[in-house]
Write a protein that binds this ligand. Structure first.
Ligand code: PMP
Length: 396
């Protein structure tokens, strides 16, 4: 049965981790994986999460199956966070939300549902994009193309290229858009550019699928979510995947969601019934713990305030590291203007370093980033920043 099974290529990021772990260099720094570490280089366990877990433990409950669409209080908290608790779209019952296994799970539920709805549709992702976008939509049966996004020459969004590609797409094409903190480049659209993208999506009758894996990591919870309101205002159908992996530092709990905006309450109910079939036939229903923790934090005013503060601290620390990187590179002798690093937003920086430079960084200095020059600035800290700057200066 398995004699013809080929060895699949290693996941590039996980492969990088294995290399990092095996590296004996005591100064090694891992800027490859997309994970936020605190200033001590530790994965944080947020205070709000600990408090919610303690409250849950104080009143232990049996672990029955959850409803197929997850914990009701979780789904309503996601709706409030993504669309605004008082938004008309939520009040009118036009949003169908299901708890999902991470942001990846939200994307996959949406992809499977879309495949049933419109099997001939193409999918467009940004060039470049989070690598799993292509694989996930391809595995769901779609042909996946891309729209222009990053322009290496100008270190910015190739906005004209992006618009032209969207305008050339066939009606019904599914367009995957990064709501904020674009992974891997760190370049987001301005509000005015979003308006133009939304107009193009509407004109061409494309299907917008917003991936929001970093809400709160860019400029703030409301600020990062503002683009969702812009889409909703057009009355278009809309898909939004949510991840709490980063914003709650709950990577391993796999907490996310998919929300679909329908025309009215009745349509949302029909959509929800179909999303539940996708869930039911894949893994039946979601797990309890992570969803219960996030629901508790989001729905408890005190814990919620604590979360917003902790999330704000992560956001501010990342920004501080960006500035330190720019200053540190200059101090280490880099002639080139590196201030573009502070124009970027979120966890990642497209550094502009070539594959050869990234290879040297890895082999000579033990500084790990992806071959594309992507560095996770959320893994920089006051102890490793000088070494990273000195190492980058050497390879430049
Ligand atoms: N979308 C993007 C753009 C991401 O960067 C990530 C996480 N790296 C995800 C989705 C998936 O999130 P999760 O880990 O919650 O599945």
């Amino acid at each position: 049965l398995f004699s013809a099974v080929e060895m699949a290529p290693r996941d590039p990021i996980l492969g990088l981790n294995e290399q990092f772990n095996a590296d004996p260099n005591p100064k090694k720094v891992n800027l490859g994986v997309g994970v936020y570490f605190d200033d001590n280089g530790k994965l944080p366990l947020l205070q709000c999460v600990q408090a919610a877990e303690k409250a849950l433990m104080d009143k232990p409950s049996a672990r029955g199956y959850l409803p197929i669409d997850g914990i009701a209080a979780y789904d309503s908290a996601v709706k409030a966070l993504v669309f605004g608790a008082d938004s008309a779209v939520v009040q009118e019952g036009r949003v169908a939300t299901v708890q999902a296994i991470g942001g990846t799970g939200g994307l996959k539920i949406g992809a499977d549902f879309l495949k049933k709805l419109n099997p001939q549709a193409r999918v467009l992702i940004s060039d470049p994009s989070w690598e799993n976008h292509r694989a996930l939509f391809t595995n769901a049966g779609f042909e996946v193309g891309s729209y222009r996004y990053y322009d290496a020459a100008t270190r910015s969004v190739n906005f004209d290229g992006m618009l032209a590609d969207l305008r050339a797409a066939a009606p019904g094409t599914i367009v995957v858009l990064h709501a904020c903190c674009h992974n891997p480049t760190g370049y987001d659209l301005t509000p005015a550019q979003w308006d133009q993208v939304i107009a193009a999506v509407q004109e061409r009758q494309l299907v917008p699928f917003l991936d929001m894996a970093y809400q709160g990591f860019g400029n703030g919870i409301q600020e990062d979510g503002a683009v969702i309101g812009k889409f909703v205002a057009t009355g278009m159908n809309l898909f939004v995947s949510t991840s709490f992996s980063k914003s709650f530092s709950l990577y391993g709990e796999r907490v996310g969601a998919l929300s679909v905006v329908a025309r009215d309450k009745e349509e949302a109910a029909r959509v929800l019934s179909q999303l539940k079939i996708v869930v039911r036939t894949n893994y039946s229903n979601p797990p309890t713990h992570g969803g219960a923790v996030v629901a508790k934090v989001l729905n408890d005013p005190e814990l919620r305030a604590q979360w917003e503060q902790e999330l704000g601290e992560m956001r501010v620390r990342i920004k501080a590291m960006r500035s330190k990187l720019v200053d540190g590179l200059k101090a280490a002798g880099v002639q080139q203007d590196m201030s573009f690093i502070t124009d970027q937003i979120g966890m990642f920086s497209y550094s502009g370093l070539s594959k050869a430079q990234m290879d040297r960084l890895k082999s000579e200095f033990g500084v790990y980033g992806t071959d594309t020059g992507r560095l996770c600035v959320a893994a920089l800290n006051s102890k490793n920043i000088d070494y990273v700057c000195a190492s980058i200066a050497q390879v430049m």
